[in-house]
Write a protein that binds this ligand. Structure first.
Ligand SMILES: NC(=O)c1ccc[n+]([C@@H]2O[C@H](COP(=O)([O-])OP(=O)(O)OC[C@H]3O[C@@H](n4cnc5c(N)ncnc54)[C@H](O)[C@@H]3O)[C@@H](O)[C@H]2O)c1
Length: 344
């Protein structure tokens, strides 16, 4: 028996995570593409996320939630971890905290102790949109010039970053948010990189656009299939933003992880499958497309819908890069789990 060990945990606050490169969208897209390849190769253990939702006191809809997403990444990475995420509409109303606030814990699997705890809020925002970038790379017409978007919050910002990194000929993003000041803010922020046209309503933002992305906090559909059916690619990041007719009418339906989406009872996809209206044989998983097993785009005219709910493996692969970079840079704060463990 050796001497008792005092495990050291690297704590990275958001500023450290930024210093360690979390805002690099190209690297994030590469990470996420790697994750989907690993998932297809059976190198990821990812139990279905555990999600609890609570009614919002004002809208009475599901406005508050907490989610636990445990993962083991095998391959060359060999890292266990968990993302613990929370969202609240109250934060959006007050504007004093982000709508979504997340924490990532990385573990040493052999020694069973955590090695890092970090802010996961920006990791979530980056990896969420990067997943739609990976989906677009394999599913969209990459010479698309006009993007239509709804939702100009945190994920709206990273959605623009992703589309800038994915569509080299992108000329214009049409953006609508119920809060006009958010769309205006993004138009200002990106003014030297891309033209953002602030739309008066959702229809104006998406009708005639070649590629679409929605990332709102609404729980009820507001997007009509009629407005978007001419687009070649639509990435839906929120819940139920487009009417059911869009799901049933899309030429190809792709999801990030049917395990999670199929279990999410309030989601239209699960509801349509459970009602027998939609056959699961129509639902493709992105991992099978990224690994080359399935090639769904056969013509530029197809309308492909990508629906994501997010995967813990996306968080853990990005967090692992941030952890390794932070260690190499010598940033962060070292925490101790104990001085002397009791009952060893
Ligand atoms: N798929 C994933 O992996 C994943 C991951 C994280 C977050 N999300 C989802 O992304 C969504 C956005 O999250 P966020 O952190 O950007 O929130 P946010 O509060 O920063 O931004 C959401 C924006 O949507 C706007 N909005 C709400 N309803 C609208 C409507 N009907 N029309 C137009 N605009 C509307 C709000 O005004 C707000 O600006 C949430 O639904 C969240 O659950 C998805």
């Amino acid at each position: 028996m050796g001497a008792a060990k005092s495990p050291e945990i690297l704590f990275l606050k958001q500023e450290d995570v930024i210093k360690a490169g979390v805002l690099d969208m190209k690297k994030t897209i590469d990470d996420i593409e790697t994750v989907f390849k690993m998932y297809a190769a059976g190198e990821i253990d990812q139990p279905v996320k555990t999600l609890m939702e609570f009614p919002d006191p004002i809208t009475k809809d599901r406005g508050r939630l907490v989610v636990s997403m445990p993962v083991y990444l095998g391959g060359n990475i060999k890292r266990a971890g968990v993302k613990w995420a929370a969202e609240s509409l109250e934060n959006q109303r007050t504007g004093r905290l982000p709508y979504g606030i997340d924490l990532v814990i990385l573990h040493d699997l052999d020694a069973a102790h955590p090695v890092a705890i970090m802010d996961g809020t920006l990791i979530t925002a980056m990896r969420t949109s990067a997943a739609s970038g990976v989906a677009a790379k394999y599913l969209a017409n990459l010479d698309s010039k006009i993007a239509g978007m709804v939702g100009a919050g945190v994920i709206g910002r990273t959605a623009i970053e992703t589309y800038l990194a994915t569509f080299p000929k992108l000329e214009e993003v049409r953006m609508f948010d119920l809060d006009h000041s958010k769309s205006e803010g993004l138009a200002q922020e990106f003014r030297n990189r891309i033209k953002i046209r602030v739309a008066d309503d959702a229809r104006q933002a998406v009708e005639g656009a070649e590629v679409i992305a929605t990332q709102t906090t609404t729980r009820k559909h507001f997007l009509k299939r009629e407005w978007i059916k001419g687009a070649n690619f639509y990435a839906q990041m929120g819940t139920n933003e487009a009417e059911e007719a869009e799901i049933l009418g899309a030429d190809v339906l792709v999801v990030d992880d049917w395990g999670a989406i199929g279990h999410y009872a309030p989601g239209y996809l699960a509801q349509l499958v459970n009602a027998g209206t939609l056959d699961t044989s129509r639902i493709l998983e992105l991992k099978n497309i990224v690994s080359g097993k399935v090639k769904p785009r056969t013509s530029p005219n197809q309308h492909i819908l990508f629906k994501s709910m997010g995967m813990g493996s996306e968080d853990i692969i990005v967090a692992e890069r941030i952890y390794q970079t932070a260690k190499a840079m010598g940033i962060g704060q070292t925490l101790k789990l104990w001085d002397n463990p009791l009952w060893l």
